[in-house]
Design a protein around this ligand. Structure first.
Ligand SMILES: *Cc1c(COP(=O)(O)O)cnc(C)c1O
Ligand code: SF4
Length: 460
């Protein structure tokens, strides 16, 4: 029997002053019927809003409709700016009502959720001169279309090319979503023949123990597809670990609560994995503490009760989560709902989103600022996914970093011994001397060679 708190001895004298209220702010999750403040959803009941079918059906998939939904909520100037942003940005549009309801429409210009999904023409910056589409060179390491085998023992399986929402900053904008005028996409449709080739390849490579099932997004897989992929991979002896990757919990947690067929299919794969002593987990992608509400908590509780581990991968983004305070709050709030913060990525070099990138220096300071704030296993590693196919590197492990030119240099001995990789800070955040050098095409190549030489000369 639990002891009676009335009979407990008084607390020993405090060594520390009581904590400030903001230290516990991660527990204040948005609840209530917050969506009703959006005119279009004013009459929507809780049951409707929690229904994943309602969320999917009312997701906005074209720019005209999105802008029409905002009429009356925001200024005409904002709408014109957003229209201009979409005209210039190579992306598909899909926004869930849940996500739309979480944006603070009283201050949309600065809102960290709006920034991730709705571009504003007035904020766009020129792309970095070193950017190319598919900067991670995922297509170079593909033995089968959609399967990237870069690291020895793990591979990335892009099962499909659709998502529950489309993010402005998507690294896979080379493949994800329907074609836009800017980019003719590399096709990764659901295709069982392609999947069978993928499984055959994995079966033929005994070193592969770990498969990431991504896309696109595992939320878009039908329950029988979750099962087919799960059972096919679990039946391969040497596959020991699998992760289904989805942004779903951050943008449509309703699905976990009300799409029983989907959640049960995932649960059965996890349970079958457990029977075979193999780990099957969910990887997700929250970027801001406001993306976690009481609805998220209910969804994560449901997965936790079923013994499903959830880990999070965040992208470090300027004005979204580029402060110790915001990232610290995100990490504590994720931990509070039993999601493990796994990685914080330095933003990949992606077309049309230079305004969202920030410097490596910012990433290093954030890591220093949050380490020690909570359990070590809930403290994310800040990584750079080295452009050119070097894979993820601990941000602190650079061989060289010039804060004036913004060029950092990494090596990846376990991935590609001997190769050297570069990451580039956004030019507008560099000191004037660095900006001036990037304005000159001859200097651009010189800066990269200087960085390479400095890295190779550095003591190892
Ligand atoms: C990210 C990634 C993985 C998984 O890497 P972890 O560091 O284990 O999370 C595997 N393959 C590719 C190509 C990746 O980009
Ligand atoms: S959900 Fe993931 S894969 Fe889909 S658009 Fe967003 S970042 Fe890209």
């Amino acid at each position: 029997m639990a002891p009676d708190p009335e009979l407990a001895p008084p607390a020993p004298p405090a060594l520390k002053p009581p904590v400030a209220a903001e230290t516990l702010a991660h527990r204040d999750l948005l609840g209530g019927e917050f969506w009703r403040s959006i005119p279009a959803y004013a009459q929507v009941t809780r049951a409707e809003f929690l229904d994943h079918k309602w969320q999917a059906k009312h997701s906005i998939t074209n720019i005209a409709k999105l802008l029409a939904t905002l009429e009356g909520l925001v200024s005409e100037g904002f709408i014109a700016d957003a229209r201009g942003g979409f005209e210039r940005a190579p992306m598909s549009v899909r926004v869930s009502p849940y996500l739309l309801s979480l944006i603070d429409w009283r201050n949309p210009s600065e809102d960290p959720l709006r920034l991730q999904f709705i571009p504003l023409a007035s904020r766009l910056l020129p792309d970095h001169p070193r950017l190319d589409l598919d900067s991670l060179h995922e297509r170079v390491d593909m033995p089968v279309p959609g399967l990237t085998h870069r690291y020895t023992d793990k591979a990335l399986f892009l099962a499909l090319d659709t998502c529950p929402v489309y993010c402005r900053f998507c690294t896979r904008s080379y493949a994800v979503g329907i074609d836009t005028e800017e980019v003719s996409k590399f096709q990764l449709k659901v295709n069982v023949d392609r999947w069978e080739q993928t499984f055959a390849y994995i079966r033929s490579r005994p070193e592969l123990e770990d498969i990431v099932i991504s896309g696109g997004d595992a939320f878009q897989l039908r329950p029988e597809q979750i099962t087919l992929i799960g059972e096919s991979l679990l039946s391969i002896d040497h596959v020991r670990r699998m992760r289904y990757a989805t942004k779903g919990p951050a943008v449509m947690p309703q699905k976990i609560l009300t799409d029983d067929a989907w959640t049960d299919a995932l649960t059965r794969v996890v349970e079958e994995g457990r029977r075979r002593h193999k780990e099957v987990v969910l990887h997700t992608h929250f970027n801001h503490p406001r993306e976690i509400t009481e609805i998220t908590q209910a969804a994560m509780d449901k997965l936790f009760e079923r013994g499903i581990t959830v880990r999070n991968q965040t992208v470090l983004q300027r004005r979204v989560n580029d402060s110790i305070a915001t990232m610290g709050l995100l990490v504590r709030r994720l931990s509070y709902v039993n999601v493990h913060p796994y990685y914080v990525y330095m933003h990949d070099l992606v077309k049309g989103v230079e305004d969202l990138r920030t410097t490596l220096q910012t990433g290093l300071e954030i890591e220093k600022g949050i380490r020690g704030a909570t359990a070590g296993f809930n403290t994310p590693t800040v990584v750079v996914d080295a452009p050119g196919g070097g894979g993820k590197r601990d941000a602190h492990s650079f061989e060289h970093y010039d804060r004036t030119t913004g060029v950092s240099v990494y090596v990846a001995p376990a991935v590609h011994p001997g190769a050297v990789y570069f990451y580039f800070d956004p030019i507008d955040l560099l000191p004037a001397a660095g900006q001036a050098r990037w304005a000159d095409p001859i200097e651009q190549a010189r800066m990269v060679e200087e960085a390479r030489a400095a890295a190779l000369a550095a003591p190892h």
